[in-house]
Design a protein around this ligand. Structure first.
Ligand code: UD1
Ligand code: CA
Length: 452
């Protein structure tokens, strides 16, 4: 059986008071529509169709090849929006699942149940409802005396008595496709000139066809984002959901209310996350790590047994046993080998530090390849930029860089060499050599170390 999802995303979202199309506002680090699209596409068998209108170009770009987009040129209501997909889908699918792109918390499990309800429905449509004391502008579900669904009344046109009804229309429907296309042509415009998809219920009931409701238990799933207040509610609910999943999978969150983990982040078991830590998209963390407090980690891979205290990591890669912070900054292309220690006020960009290398205090390393077991003294700087181009620094293994050394790139420091405190190194240093001064000059060949 072919099931196709249609996601409505053409509305302007006036109540957001934003230049950004509503469905592109992020929730847990990802455009709202992508959450809705993920659930809708997992609950269907065909590529979903997204109805775009306001901000069509940017919405198209965001969903890219995850969906086929169809333009609704004028936003004449949710019924009219669904109708835009008819030409593409008529005759090609059995069931149509319709959801709204401004409902990021609806779960795929719920949509699956809705589809299942419709599969067992001799009638043409099933819909999701919820019982809530807070009507939030949702359509009200009218029931007949025998308990069956009679109609959905939109808040704008409801009578005072209908406004008292506490069963609400969530905004997710599963239709038999052929019936849907036929019915959309019969729906009449509302007093405001909109064609309400919700009027399809009444059409079915008047034809004596059963409409099956599926009552949703979890109120949080039904958060629809129309204002920024609801956006923050969605954010909080999504964060709680994500955090709970990590905790159940074996991650300790010391204070989940102050831990911000975006969609798609992976964390190994027995890792402990301290408060005010932000783990942003593209981040993977291994097992037994201690992260935070006060860290921001974006698009970064972290191995096992690492410690990151009060630091900012972006586009970096840490192998196992790395210990960093407080106040360290890794930027894109930073690669710290196994057992690296990086202390306070250091910055590493587009550079690799070999296993066991230590960089304790106040240093900048950019565009550098540094071997294993190197000691980078306090205040070391790779002078990688000449005002026009970036240049590379290469440091061998077992090198000792004295405090306050300036390495003027391009430059190479040979294995086991040393620089004196305050050296300004402008020429390559061979292996086993001590250099000092400004500009640094070789003063003697070094003895082999005793332990070798
Ligand atoms: C809608 C439902 C309401 C339900 C509520 C739940 C209708 C008529 N009303 O109201 O019963 O309780 O959602 O969240 O369906 N859209 C288009 N084209 C349009 C109009 C809207 O694509 O011409 C899209 C919007 O971008 C949005 C979705 O449809 O993603 C819902 O529209 P919105 O205006 O937010 O409807 P609600 O007033 O919330
Ligand atoms: Ca809405």
């Amino acid at each position: 059986m072919k099931i196709t999802a249609i996601l409505l995303a053409a509305g302007q979202g006036v109540r957001m008071r934003s230049d950004l199309p509503k469905v592109l506002h992020p929730v847990a680090g990802q455009a709202m529509i992508l959450h809705a699209l993920r659930a809708a596409s997992q609950a269907s068998t065909e590529k979903p169709v997204v109805i775009v209108g306001h901000g069509a170009d940017s919405v198209r770009k965001t969903v890219a090849d995850l969906a086929v987009c169809v333009l609704q040129e004028r936003q004449l209501g949710t019924g009219h929006a669904v109708q835009q997909a008819e030409r593409m889908l008529a005759g090609n699918t059995d069931l149509i699942l319709v959801t709204y792109a401004d409902m990021p918390l609806l779960r795929v499990e719920t949509l699956n149940k809705l589809v299942e309800t419709q599969r067992n429905n001799p009638g043409p449509l099933s819909l999701l409802t919820v019982i809530s004391e807070e009507p939030r502008g949702f359509g009200r579900i009218l029931r007949k005396p025998d308990g069956s669904v009679q109609a959905i009344v939109e808040e704008a046109v409801a009578t005072p008595q209908q406004l008292m009804i506490r069963e609400l229309n969530v905004g997710a429907y599963c239709f038999s496709a052929d019936w849907l296309w036929k019915t959309l042509r019969e729906i009449k415009g509302s007093p405001t000139g909109e064609y309400y998809l919700t009027d399809a219920v009444e059409v079915a009931v008047q034809a004596g066809l059963p409409v099956l409701p599926l009552i949703l238990e979890d109120l949080l799933e039904t958060i629809g984002v129309n204002t920024r207040v609801q956006l923050s509610e969605a954010e909080t609910a999504m964060r709680q959901r994500i955090n709970r999943e990590h905790m159940l999978a074996g991650v300790t969150l010391v204070d989940p209310h102050n831990t911000y983990i975006e969609t798609g982040v992976s964390i190994g078991t027995d890792t402990v996350i301290w408060p005010n830590t932000h783990l942003q998209s593209g981040t993977q963390i291994g097992e037994r790590c201690v992260i935070g407090p006060n860290s921001i980690i974006r698009a970064t891979r972290i191995g096992n047994d690492c410690k990151v205290l009060a630091s900012v990591l972006e586009g970096a890669h840490l192998e196992d046993d790395v210990n960093m912070g407080p106040f360290a900054h890794l930027r894109k292309g930073a690669h710290l080998g196994k057992g690296v220690h990086m202390g306070n006020f250091g910055e590493v960009k587009d550079s690799s530090l070999g296993a066991g290398t230590k960089m304790g205090h106040f240093s900048y390393v950019g565009n550098a390849t540094i071997g294993p077991n190197v000691n980078i003294g306090a205040g070391t700087i790779t002078c990688n930029f000449d005002g026009e181009r970036k240049h590379h620094t290469e440091i061998g293994e077992d090198v000792f860089i004295g405090s306050d050394t300036l390495l003027v790139a391009p430059i190479k420091i040979g294995d086991r060499s040393r620089t004196g405190a305050g050296a300004v190194v402008t020429k390559d240093v061979p292996d086993d050599t001590l250099v000092v001064g400004m500009p640094a000059r070789a003063i003697r060949k070094l003895e082999k170390r005793k332990d070798e």
